[in-house]
Design a protein. Structure first.
Length: 283
């Protein structure tokens, strides 16, 4: 949609997850346009051209995530601010009505959460493909609007992902630092994946502390965790899932990290390590 007059009316909102129930990332009930991004599992190019002898069989995907489908939901979208009416659509989040989505937050320098989320998701996708996974994303660019948050959950559910992660960064108080793992609360649709989601959340928490310099949040949650029952992405999930607030974009120290491509790659590597740890066969 074109950026139009209405744009100014919609202030950039905080990420919406740390601020309490009202601002939950915005589910959307619309049967929207978004279509599940194609998972481009790397299919090794077929046999060498023109070779003689028996055609080599396609080697099975190698790597610790071979045969696994991993879901990634990069929160918000880069043009959400252009379509306030779309964001205002009412959707059912599993417990109550809420709006389709928000614009997300941004750093004081204007680096948007939507861009950050998509950059980390892109790095993560590359890492996961390298490890043999099939990856499904809820959006495949940062140049669009939506989909609404309920649709995002549906996309990952339909993909029957082995595990999924919603990637966000927070818009907290400027003095606050750190990451928070947001975990689901049983509400019906997600009942079967609460325990597994908590286990994945612990893996993500440990991997972030081991692999990045981001501390646990000192302004939100407890020791880097919080349970949330008001987010469509967690309420509606039928696959193990957590939402990660990677840091606080309104804090200068966190913002400098979050905006740095090298740090984004470290986040992606940590999420990959957490995914491998979560899906590793029990000893
Ligand atoms: Zn967000």
């Amino acid at each position: 949609m074109m950026a139009a007059l209405a744009t100014a009316a919609l202030a950039v909102t905080a990420c919406g997850t740390s601020g309490g129930r009202a601002a939950a990332g915005g589910p959307g009930r619309t049967a929207a346009s978004a279509r599940p991004p194609a998972s481009r599992a790397v299919a090794p190019a077929a046999a060498a051209a023109g070779g003689s002898g028996p055609a080599p069989a396609s080697p099975p995907p190698a790597g610790p995530l071979a045969g696994k489908v991993i879901g990634i939901d990069p929160g918000h979208n880069g043009r959400n601010h252009d379509d306030p009416a779309y964001l205002a659509r009412i959707i059912w989040n599993g417990r109550e009505n809420e709006t389709c989505d928000t614009t997300g937050t941004q750093t004081d320098a204007g680096y948007t959460e939507a861009a950050f989320n998509f950059a980390v998701a892109t790095d993560l996708r590359a890492d996961l493909l390298r490890d043999g996974a099939t990856v499904v994303m809820t959006r495949t660019s940062n140049d669009g609007v939506g989909p609404c948050v309920d649709r995002r959950a549906q996309i990952l559910n339909a993909a029957r992902a082995s595990v999924a992660i919603d990637i966000h960064a927070d818009g907290g108080p400027p003095s606050g630092r750190g990451f928070t793992v947001l975990e689901p609360v049983a509400d019906g649709p997600n009942n079967a994946v609460i325990a597994s989601s908590l286990r994945f959340g612990a893996d993500v928490h440990a991997a972030l502390l081991a692999g990045t310099s981001m501390p646990v949040a000192d302004y939100y949650g407890t020791d880097g965790y919080i349970r949330r029952d008001d987010l469509a992405g967690l309420n509606l999930t039928t696959v193990p899932k957590i939402l990660i607030e990677c840091g606080n974009m309104r804090n200068a120290t966190d913002a400098a990290l979050l905006a740095a491509p090298a740090f984004q790659q470290r986040l992606a590597a940590a999420f990959t390590a957490a995914t491998v740890a979560f899906l590793a066969p029990a000893p």
